[in-house]
Ligand binder design. Structure first.
Ligand code: FAD
Length: 655
């Protein structure tokens, strides 16, 4: 291991460790790899499964689908979520749709095309084997969900309907109006409830995982706080699965549900799980613009709206006329102009940057000039208001309720906002992290989207992981179990419990002058300003210094009222914000070290002449997997080289 001191990080913010590899993905023809892995993975016979136990953290699409499937298979599953019902997981918010290579439209789609689009959309920073498997599983997901009764939109003839999402030229997105996540989650939830009733899954709501127990080198349990009584509990199993979602709320303002946090994965990271590509954040181009400092949440306007909505700004920054009064000749439909082949359906990273550019030029609309128009006038003229209402009605209603403007009559105003995190815990092809027995699924892992996720691919990945991948890989590990029983007397368990209790006591005893939220907001500002849509070497250095100071201030001046033995949201948030602060630093370090632009990671120093992201494949065609360097220590970078055998790495073009 060498202490890296070079121009990137003269103040040496990290160490470099050995390269790593994913040893689980088979070689050979890509279309056979998943079959081969399933065949070679050791099996557990049905009679033995009931002797094996699995803890699953999270009941979103990734966790609920995994719990239902493993329960049905006969394992003893214990599930946790912090909401009062599994059904309130953040997945419920997903709006626009889920991709699958069914080619119902007969428009040239195929498993290979979905694979190709996703690798390219991710700016060549995802693993080919994983993405190909995802494209294969996509087809099965739709069948599974239809069998569960998920009410996907249908065409007049009764077939499932499809629409398009960014970064593709086919229609492969299945949807249930603007509530696709809700309908999919109800399907997964019903399957989960069935297993709860059958006794194979034990469900604990309002329970938050605060620590992972790693005993004798294996993930064997979790420390949980009962959020109502404050009781600290331990739970043990033969394997642990984290399906705890993404960490976009590190930015404070995001489209994520308020409760989304990084604690489960960050605690596991501190126990040895590598954190991969933390700087890859997705900034979604179509969100309702920020309207003031008091806001704690941003609202997404689904990407599906870009099927029919046209994005534009006035040609001149001086033009302050209301949108409907600006004639066609004075409008700049900039995405259609710059990217004629994909038009308004370019991928999110590209659409977001283009919106930022026109606003930076002074042509933005609305308060503060931080907005662009998303206009449905043409669609309404072409299809009729009724048809537009049928497709997008609930999204239009939501917009009208939030802004007080009628989007059927005046264009929506939108601006990019933090939406999704491509980074997450590093996993191999089996979805196993660098800690044996710890598996990670859904948005919580880093696996399939590279540096930019295409729209409608997160639901696909979460459900692929939970229904199809994990149930066919975790058996390989569990076949060696059941492992030796452990209980609270094991030193690893005692240490984990003591550390949770110690942290809670510390939060309650600081008695400082600032609220938890004020720290979170400040962190969010730092992250948005320096590690948001555009990153620079200078800005990232500043951010790292500022976050380190903020961490010290937090631990000496935060004020958490109340006690542990009650429902205490300030206490819950204190733990989450403490973890966000540490994660924020790692994100900035990761962004600093990756001196190229790729996907959602745009380094101002690395762009083409026309302002597009410029990758440096010779130096950065790798996954950055970070090992925790100990309290106060430097994180250790392990590189997993990315090899492309099927898709040629080239500069992305959507022109
Ligand atoms: C507004 C919005 C719209 C979206 N629309 C789409 C779309 O149309 N198509 C698409 O593909 N993607 C969409 N996405 C992305 C997609 O919804 C998410 O990536 C996906 O739902 C994440 O699912 P998940 O199961 O991994 O995590 P989540 O649904 O976030 O579930 C996390 C679970 O983990 C639990 N949990 C977390 N931490 C702990 C802890 N410490 N202890 C106990 N439990 C814990 C939570 O209680 C919850 O049950 C959208 C995202 C947003 C924000």
């Amino acid at each position: 291991m060498s202490d890296v001191i070079n121009s990137v990080d003269a103040d040496s913010v990290y160490l470099e460790g050995e390269d790593i590899a994913d040893t689980k993905a088979p070689a050979g023809p890509i279309e056979k790899r998943w079959d081969e892995r399933r065949f070679n993975a050791k099996l557990v016979n049905p009679a033995n499964r009931r002797k094996l136990s699995v803890i699953i953290i999270g009941t979103g699409l990734a966790g609920a689908s995994a719990a239902a499937t493993l329960g049905e298979a006969g394992y003893q599953v214990t599930s946790f979520c912090y909401q009062d019902s599994p059904r309130r997981a953040h997945s419920i918010a997903a709006q626009g749709g889920i991709n699958a290579a069914k080619n119902y439209r007969n428009d040239g789609d195929s498993i290979y095309r979905l694979f190709y689009d996703t690798v390219k959309g991710g700016d060549f920073r995802a693993r080919e084997s994983n993405v190909y498997r995802l494209a294969q599983a996509s087809v099965e997901i739709i069948d599974q969900c239809v069998a569960q009764g998920v009410p996907f939109a249908r065409e007049y003839g009764g077939l499932l309907d499809n629409r398009s999402f960014g970064g593709v030229q086919v229609s492969r997105t299945f949807y249930a109006r603007g509530q696709t996540g809700q309908q999919l989650l109800i399907g997964a939830y019903q399957a989960l409830e069935r297993q709860i009733a059958a006794g194979t899954v034990k469900m604990h709501t309002r329970h938050e995982m605060l620590e992972l127990i790693v005993a004798d080198g294996k993930a064997r349990g979790v420390v949980i706080r009962d959020m109502v009584s404050g009781e600290i509990e331990t739970h043990y199993a033969d394997a642990v699965v984290l399906a705890s979602g993404g960490y976009g709320n590190v930015f404070f303002l995001s489209t994520n549900a308020m409760g989304c946090n990084v604690t489960a994965t960050w605690r596991a990271h501190r126990k040895g799980a590598y954190f991969a590509n933390p700087c890859y954040t997705q900034i979604h181009p179509t969100c309702i613009p920020v309207s003031g400092e008091y806001q704690s949440k941003l609202t997404l306007m689904s990407e599906s709206l870009r099927n029919d909505g046209r994005i534009w700004v006035p040609k001149s920054g001086e033009d302050k006329r209301p949108a409907p009064d600006i004639p066609e000749a004075d409008r700049d439909y900039y995405l259609e102009r710059i990217y004629p082949a994909f038009g308004n359906l370019v991928p999110r990273d590209i659409a977001s940057r283009a919106a930022k550019n026109v606003c930076d030029e002074g042509r933005g609309v609305g308060p503060g000039g931080l907005g662009v128009y998303l206009d449905f006038a043409d669609a309404i003229a072409r299809l009729g208001r009724k048809a537009v209402e049928a497709k997008y009605g609930n999204l239009f209603d939501m917009y009208a309720q939030i802004t007080g403007e009628n989007p059927y009559e005046t264009p929506m105003r939108i601006y990019p906002a933090v939406h999704y995190t491509m980074g997450g815990l590093w996993v191999d092809y089996d979805l196993q992290s660098s800690i044996p027995g710890l598996y990670v699924t859904g948005e919580a892992n880093f696996s399939d989207h590279g540096a930019n996720r295409l729209g409608a691919s997160a639901l696909m990945q979460g459900l692929a992981d939970g229904y199809f991948v994990l149930p066919n890989t975790i058996n390989d590990y569990l076949s060696a179990g059941p492992f030796e029983k452990i209980d609270d007397s094991h030193p690893a368990a005692a240490e984990a419990v003591a550390s949770v209790k110690g942290r809670i006591e510390k939060f309650l005893s600081i008695n400082g002058s600032r609220t938890v939220d004020s720290f979170h907001k400040e962190l969010g500002h730092i992250m948005w300003d320096y590690c948001g849509m555009e990153r620079t070497e200078e800005g990232l250095r500043k951010a790292i210094t500022r976050i380190r100071e903020l961490k010290q201030e937090f631990w000496s001046d935060v004020r958490v009222l109340g006690t542990n033995e009650e429902l205490n949201q300030a206490l819950e948030r204190a733990g989450r914000v403490a973890d966000f602060i540490e994660l924020g630093e790692l994100m900035c370090i990761d962004a600093l070290v990756r001196r190229e632009s790729c996907g959602g990671h745009f380094r101002a120093e690395s762009q083409t002449e026309d302002g597009e992201a410029l990758r440096h494949d010779d130096e950065y065609a790798h996954v950055s997997a970070w090992e925790f360097g100990g309290e106060g220590g430097k994180p250790i970078l392990h590189k997993e080289p990315l090899v492309y055998e099927y898709v040629e790495m080239k500069q992305r073009s959507y022109k």
